[in-house]
Design a protein around this ligand. Structure first.
Ligand code: GLA
Length: 717
């Protein structure tokens, strides 16, 4: 709910939070409060305190005051020495700005961003307009709040109302100042095959910057950070989260300044960023989801999971039963023909797998990773009878068919590149930087996006396809387009992302019945922006259950488990060479959108039976996976156990997986999120437990050998 007091205090109340801002005596918009829900009187007293500290309106020597003012939009060149939110470069070279409050509006709808993912439907929005005292720049900050969430979504639109062209040198989505600096910063860091490991470091004076400069949100850092108190655990303690709805280069910063204030800000990465605004043009920033929890990081994660499911992910698919996929990548890599694929399909269908996804290597002259990207025509030499043979086999076996694409890429050895070298990113007289022997297509060019749309659509129209895996296997390196003027090269990175979003939007609208899965060399673009288009994303190329339990644990800090594609693969594992029990691989893969990444024809009878049982069990719990709440019970990063449970919204059913990372003796794990009053029956043993006992004394886990799992289901009957 949004309340406006005396046209100058703006109070946004969510489920258990309050976010308040106000216009101070000098006419500047400053933050008043963000945290646990408080009553208005408390906010009024805070405002009085600030009024006392604010210099008189006519005292022009007091500009240095801005250095400590909790600005909602920090401006440059007037004595605020923290990093600015927005920098406007004018044609005389000057950049100083002073953004002053100029009005507000409350709307019952939420802003739809042009060509970018954004919060969907419902809610109430506050639009606050600021005007620059020194240029024609107007900024409309927008704030969205929902009665049933502890999340405030923020973003802004920057409009050039002047007569001259200006260039934005920075356009961050938000800025928020805290008086308390005693926090640690949690980020999700990693690399290929080890994505999103939570890391927490105490904030000292200076700037801590979490960023991607790679043109994608990246394996290295995720666009999510949280401020956490020292005593913040899974279910107790205070933390504040920031999750950006963006899939390109980003920065999220926490700055503790010499005045002992903490500012958090960020958005599109300012490195190499400029954006030209002609008169009457405007620029929209991505949205940031800010959340507060006084009940630990677990509660914060559930807020994000619920919010993404309700407000970001495509409603057509978000709560739908996910296909149980078998993918041939680790089974065959590039080495397959139609006979091999049909054998896998037939074997998989007997195991009750419902969708076959044909991965890389089906098109052009693609027999290795050095050719044919961009040539989206079926390789009928490799696949006799083309895709029809395979789709017909799927039909005969009662399975659906899915297909891999890498729409944003081109190989130099491809018909597309030979015909259109100018489609690739880069400068023609400079040798391109290669990665996986491929180049990136220049998605800042409309003709390139159109070409890819037509080529991919042709395949999707021609064949009976129910699932698409959209991959993206390298970071961008040359942030340069031959299609942009000298003065617009700084727009390249963001324009590329807009090109990706526009292709996703067009494909999704043209083929609404196709389920799209995202991927970027595993989890290199796992972010809320991509989830707007793709209800699930391939979490990591690392399918080793032991590494995966960590990757999935870290990913769940900011994303719902239903968004994570998790497959069972063979052992020794192709990425780590580790051998784990088949049941362990199934159990870890069941904590997400489950599937298989193996050659079903090569499974032993015992493994085949195990798959049948795993799928049977998964079908029983898959409703919990898409609707339920995740509770992280044992942290694999800090001990020799992993345990997560998923609890239904009505708290009447629970599914849990415990994994021993070392040989373990009998132990108990205290569960969270249950109802103390309920009696839960262990479906396997028939034993009844009270919710109170399960939460306070724990649930019994038997003796396990290293890498064994114990899976349990508890139900109120
Ligand atoms: C990436 C993906 C894999 C697979 C290969 C194919 O690495 O993450 O799942 O699709 O590309 O080249």
């Amino acid at each position: 709910m949004i309340q406006i007091v005396e046209d100058k205090i703006f109070i946004l109340n969510g489920h258990k939070i309050t976010y308040a801002l106000f216009v101070n005596k000098l006419g500047f918009l400053q933050n008043l409060y963000f945290g646990e829900k408080v009553d208005n009187n408390f906010l009024y007293s805070l405002q009085e305190e600030w009024d006392k500290k604010t210099p008189a309106a006519d005292d022009l020597n007091k500009d240095m005051y801005f250095d400590t003012m909790p600005s909602e939009c920090a401006f440059y060149g007037r004595g605020d020495y923290n990093e600015p939110s927005i920098i406007v470069h004018r044609n005389d070279g000057s950049e100083m700005s002073r953004f002053r409050y100029a009005g507000y509006e409350v709307k019952k709808c939420i802003p739809a961003l042009k060509g970018m993912p954004c919060v969907r439907g419902g809610g109430e929005s506050l639009f606050v307009t600021l005007k620059d005292d020194f240029s024609g720049i107007k900024i409309v900050l927008h704030y969205l709040v929902f009665d049933d969430f502890d999340i405030v979504a923020r973003g802004c639109e920057i409009i050039n109302t002047g007569n001259d062209c200006v260039t934005l040198r920075r356009a961050f989505s938000f800025c928020l100042q805290f008086e308390d600096i005693d926090y640690s910063l949690l980020c999700l860091s990693g690399g290929w095959a080890r994505e999103r490991a939570p890391e927490t470091n105490k904030l000292g004076h200076g700037i801590t910057k979490i960023q991607s400069t790679r043109g994608i949100s990246s394996h290295q850092f995720n666009p999510f950070i949280a401020l956490v108190k020292d005593d913040c655990g899974e279910e107790t303690g205070k933390c504040i989260g920031f999750e950006l709805l963006y899939s390109g280069s980003f920065s999220l910063c926490a700055e503790v300044n010499g005045n002992d204030k903490l500012r958090v800000y960020g958005g599109i990465n300012e490195m190499n960023f400029t954006w030209m605004l002609h008169p009457a043009e405007s620029f929209e920033t991505p949205q940031i989801l800010i959340s507060y929890s006084n009940n630990g990081i677990g509660y914060l994660s559930r807020q994000y999971a619920n919010f993404l499911r309700e407000k970001i992910i495509n409603p057509q698919y978000v709560y739908k039963e996910r296909p149980i996929v078998i993918n041939n990548w680790e089974a065959t890599y590039f080495n397959f023909d139609e006979k091999k694929i049909c054998e896998i399909i037939e074997a998989a269908s007997k195991l009750n797998i419902d969708t076959f996804v044909l991965d890389d290597g089906w098109f052009g002259k693609r027999n290795l990773d050095n050719a044919a990207l961009g040539d989206w025509v079926v390789n009928e030499t490799k696949l006799k009878g083309g895709l029809n043979t395979i789709i017909q086999k799927c039909n005969e076996c009662g399975m659906k068919f899915g297909l891999w694409f890498e729409p944003e890429m081109v190989s130099e050895d491809s018909d597309l590149y030979r015909a259109h070298p100018e489609f690739a990113v880069g400068k023609r007289d400079i040798e391109p930087a290669r990665s996986r022997t491929q180049l990136v297509l220049d998605f800042t060019k409309q003709e390139v996006v159109d070409y890819v749309f037509n080529a991919v659509s042709e395949i999707l129209k021609t064949y009976q396809i129910s699932y698409v895996k959209w991959d993206m296997n390298r970071s961008l390196s040359e942030f340069y387009s031959t299609g942009l003027d000298y003065s617009r090269q700084g727009e390249f990175s963001h324009r590329y992302v807009l090109g990706v979003y526009s292709l996703a939007e067009r494909l999704m609208s043209a083929f609404p019945d196709i389920f799209f899965e995202g991927c970027a060399g595993g989890g290199g673009r796992f972010d809320a922006g991509m989830l707007y288009y793709f209800p699930q994303i391939w979490t990591s190329d690392n399918t080793d259950a032991i590494d995966r339990c960590k990757i999935q644990w870290g990913t769940s800090y900011a994303y719902p488990i239903s968004a994570m594609s998790c497959h069972v693969s063979v052992c020794p594992n192709h990425q780590t060479n580790r051998t784990t029990p088949f049941s362990t691989r199934g159990a870890i893969a069941s904590l997400g959108a489950t599937g298989y990444e193996l050659d079903a024809t090569k499974l032993t009878d015992e493994e085949k039976n195990a798959v049948i049982v795993q799928i049977d069990n998964y079908k029983r719990i898959r409703d919990l996976i898409v609707h339920g709440d995740l509770y992280r019970i044992r942290n694999p990063f800090s001990g020799s156990e992993f345990c997560e449970i998923v609890v239904s919204k009505d708290k009447k059913s629970t599914y849990g997986v415990y994994l021993a990372l070392e040989d373990s003796s009998e132990t108990q794990v205290c569960l969270s999120g249950l109802d103390q009053k309920y009696v839960y029956r262990d479906i396997k043993t028939g034993v009844d437990y009270s919710g109170k006992l399960l939460m306070e004394q724990g649930f019994d886990i038997p003796i396990l050998k290293k890498y064994e799992t114990y899976v349990f289901e508890l139900k109120v009957l």
